[in-house]
Design a protein around this ligand. Structure first.
Ligand code: NAD
Ligand code: USQ
Length: 388
């Protein structure tokens, strides 16, 4: 298949592009390098050094003999998006290219507006470009488990059968997300469902949980193929942060009681899930949703698991929660769609955590300690804060 990976310079987009190429697909990546720009703004960068996208692509060719096409541009620029689709003519598009940090979207009004404009407009341009260029293209879109929030009933895969006053219907599962970023994904999901229903597009929305890990078999082939590994309080995700904090001898920063539970998965399962979704496309007109997680744990359990694996004594600190979220709640998720297509998960193991300790130790000197503590507070609003 010809597969276009949007956001192909990012934490997940780059390993996915390599994995799809390794599986024998013809792959191109696109990115506007917004993520590298946020690093400059926040004064933090990937713990593991990363090469430019051009060097990464050249290294993959050197190591495997396989080419990956490269588009540099912004999805919000409709002309770029249309031109790229017309030129590359993909069978499938994997769409990772959004601002993805909840704290970044909650810094102030400016960052909330940027996040929703970038994400919602980019996705809308893409839907139009698919409809006008080739409505047969299968869109594989990265959504998030946080779209659902933490309801007091089981979370289904995107849709729910309801009975109301004696009548039944199948409707989109109700959403109650916890940040302007997560909300942008809800808006995307509604726009995609609309495009499938009205124009007959085909799409798979992957409601992915929090990803952990840094290496896939493909990125491990050469250090110039490494993907990013974020530790800071804005872009670093919880398990990755706890591993890095434990190596640095810092307390693990559990927000609040730590009873909040999240669906998670290993980065090696992310790339496999995308492969499965691409190779088993949705039907024309179908808005298919998978919950892309392999297990769920409370934040306190994640902290205890990392502490248990650490060779040194680790302190767990309960910070006043900078976010507004339930810290004790019901959580049960249906996630059968991807295993039915063939996913065999890598569950969180001591071996994986220990391998992350190794990677972290190698680059621990690159951490800017001030970036570790949370500074974005959900309860504070301002139009244009200068975030330090
Ligand atoms: P990332 O920020 O590392 O990568 C996203 C990439 O998209 C970046 O390289 C960025 O420059 C690019 N991009 C952003 N806006 C763009 C635009 N308008 N035009 C072109 N390129 C643009 O993020 P990631 O962790 O790789 O996440 C990828 C996707 O997966 C995101 O959509 C995210 O919401 C979703 N997701 C991530 C996680 C996680 O734990 N990392 C979990 C669930 C879902
Ligand atoms: N948390 C801590 N301590 C920390 C960091 C986080 O207790 O030092 C807690 C948060 O309060 C939250 C949970 O850990 O309850 C997850 O936070 P996170 O920053 O790891 O993840 P989140 O903000 O939800 O966002 C990440 C990705 C996002 C993706 C989402 C998947 O950045 O792109 O969409 O995970 S999900 O959570 O399923 O929506």
């Amino acid at each position: 298949m010809k597969i276009l990976v949007l956001g192909g310079d990012g934490y997940l987009g780059w390993p996915t592009a390599l994995h799809l190429s390794e599986c024998g697909h013809d792959v191109a990546v696109a990115d506007n390098f917004a993520r590298r720009q946020y690093d400059y703004e926040l004064g933090a960068e990937s713990l593991v050094p990363i090469e430019t996208l051009q060097t990464r692509v050249a290294t993959w060719r050197e190591v495997t003999g396989k080419s990956i096409g490269l588009y540099i541009g912004d999805l919000v620029d409709a002309e770029f998006t249309y031109r790229m689709l017309a030129e590359y003519q993909p069978d499938a598009i994997v769409h990772f290219a959004e601002q993805r940090a909840a704290p970044y979207s909650m810094i102030d009004r400016k960052h909330a507006v940027y996040t929703q404009t970038n994400n919602v407009m980019g996705n809308l341009n893409l839907l139009y470009a698919i409809a006008d260029t080739n409505p047969d293209i299968h869109l594989v879109k990265l959504g998030t488990m946080g779209e659902y929030g933490t309801p007091n009933i089981d979370i289904e895969e995107g849709w729910i059968e309801i009975e109301h006053k004696g009548r039944k219907d199948r409707v989109l599962y109700p959403k109650r997300p916890g940040s302007f970023y997560h909300l942008s994904k809800v808006h995307d999901s509604h726009n995609i469902e609309f495009a499938c229903r009205i124009w007959g597009l085909r799409a798979t929305d992957l409601n992915q949980g929090v990803v952990y890990g840094q290496q896939t078999p493909e990125t491990a082939r050469d250090e110039r193929l490494a993907t990013r590994f974020d530790y800071d309080a804005v872009f670093g995700t919880v398990l990755n942060r706890f591993v890095i904090q434990s190596v640095l001898g810092l307390p693990l920063t559990v927000y609040g009681k730590g009873g909040q539970t999240r669906g998670m998965l290993d980065i090696r399962d992310t790339v496999r899930c995308i492969e499965l979704a691409c190779e088993n496309p949705a039907e024309r007109g179908e808005f298919r949703v998978f919950n892309q997680i392999t297990e769920w744990m409370s934040i306190e359990e994640i902290a205890q698991t990392v502490a248990k694996c650490s060779p040194d004594a680790v302190k767990i600190e309960h910070l006043e929660n900078p976010r507004v979220e339930l810290e004790e709640h019901y959580y049960k998720v249906t996630h059968t769609g991807l295993p039915e297509l063939g996913l065999v998960p890598h569950l969180l193991s001591d071996t994986l955590i220990e391998s992350l300790f190794g990677i972290t130790k190698q680059y621990a000197h690159r951490v800017r300690l001030e970036a570790m503590r949370p500074t974005v507070n959900w309860r504070k609003t301002s139009s244009d804060a200068t975030h330090q």
